[in-house]
Design a binder for this molecule. Sequence first.
Ligand code: F6P
Length: 539
Amino acid sequence: MFKVQDELKARGEAARARGILPLFEEDAGRAEAFSIGFDGLLFDYAKTHLDREDRAALLGWAEAAGVAARRDAMFSGARINETEGRAVLHTALRNLEGGPVEVDGRDVMPEIRDTLERMKRFARRVRAQSYKGAGGEITDVVNIGIGGSHLGPEMAVRALETFRQGPRCHFLSNVDGADAADILDHLDPRQTLVIVASKSFTTQETMTNAATVRDWMATAVDNPAKQFVALSSSKEKTAEFGVPPEQVFDFGDYVGGRYSVWGPIGLSLMIAIGPEAFGMMLRGGAAMDRHFREAPLAENMPVMLGLVGLWHHQVMGFPTRAVLPYAQRLERLPAYLQQLEMESNGKRVRMDGRTLDLPSGPVVWGEPGTNGQHAFYQLIHQGTQVVPCEFIVAAEGHEPTLAHHHRLLLANCLAQSEALMRGRDMATAQALMAEAGYEGAERDRQAAHRVFEGNRPSVTLMIDQLTPYRLGQIIALYEHRVFVEGVMLGINSFDQWGVELGKELARALEPVLAGEESAEGKDGSTRALVAYAQRFWAR
Ligand code: F6P
């Protein structure tokens, strides 16, 4: 494994000196050879510095790291999340046409199917208005949850707005009272269904918001519990909170929070788009699972997306990765992927306890195009850091009367990846400035600002149209990409110990802020900040 990495380091250095555009001239079949088409998706990674030998070396690394064996272990229900002693089976949630999936000899598929059927029945009742609130028909659903119990359903409900016929969905996540106030302000408690989504049912933000919303509902509804649903792994805790058992949808500890949109955590989505469309999303995810399990590594979309990610961050040393959906309805995808990728692979210790000798996962960020073009693309084109970009775009929109908008959107997306690669040299910039009337040194000074170095890598994922099935494929693609990268780094992508210390200290600081405990023992900065805030609390 270390030999592979040494070789790759040298390859990365050689690639930095190489132009991307000439690679197309040298290899007429490059576009085809550096892309993967599968079931309606086209993943193009030709606009990167990778050549065929680099790719072979990366594939050698994947083989040496045992990606295929680890993948098979995950799908088979082995406890590959070793630091929490858990299996990793979010894939079982979408394995509806597959065979049994066993954890320690027990098939988990019957419980998954049973819960899915209960979810469907419930969603149908809400959508058909036979499930009623104290004031009649349910017009609004509030999903209370954070992290994986929030980002997935929020992203997907927005992404599939075209398919929504159910009630309006709202997502309450932040412990900041402003979030609750702004959402509740517009709602009628008698016609609102509240979904408390928390795998653990102990998360401070979610439980605080759940209590606040229950109090709000109690001002207008005799029995708020009737309008509460819980999605959790802990039936004990949901019972303690008072949710009736028939309104609890549970899932096993083999489903990680950030991988949970496929099951009960997706209930708000199912209510919004209906069980059939939700089922199509599961099918899309399952199709990607089959591809991930069966396609040879070199033709395997999640594997190649992962290898390109490792190439850019760990080998070439580019510090961040921009995800740029040219789809307004995918506006929450970057936030969703931030959790998926950074909570999964932002780790400095390997599974075997040793410190990672490569950088961990990159900073992932982004905004939809074309909006981002008028905000941060300046840096992407002319800044001193290289930001590998991942464009996601659909060939067709859902607005036939606005097809010209979609053509412009697509043209912008393709133009960006072309501009990043092609750039504009000094001679061209000088000619432009001469045309504009500049001469001599002033022409050159003006031209320098208009030079684009180019040679900046990007990949593009193109789909025909954003549908539930495609969304399922895209989410599963990214899940498996994160997995591939994690295995190749030797880390556990399925725990998140890095979020614990902050939670612990917040619990300890609350009584300090309230003046019930002393700030003694805290550092000077924290003490000063506490004292400043307390001046306002005392008023
Ligand atoms: O931020 C840590 C975390 O545990 C995430 O992994 C998880 O998605 C989120 O908190 C919410 O957890 P829960 O679903 O248990 O409320």
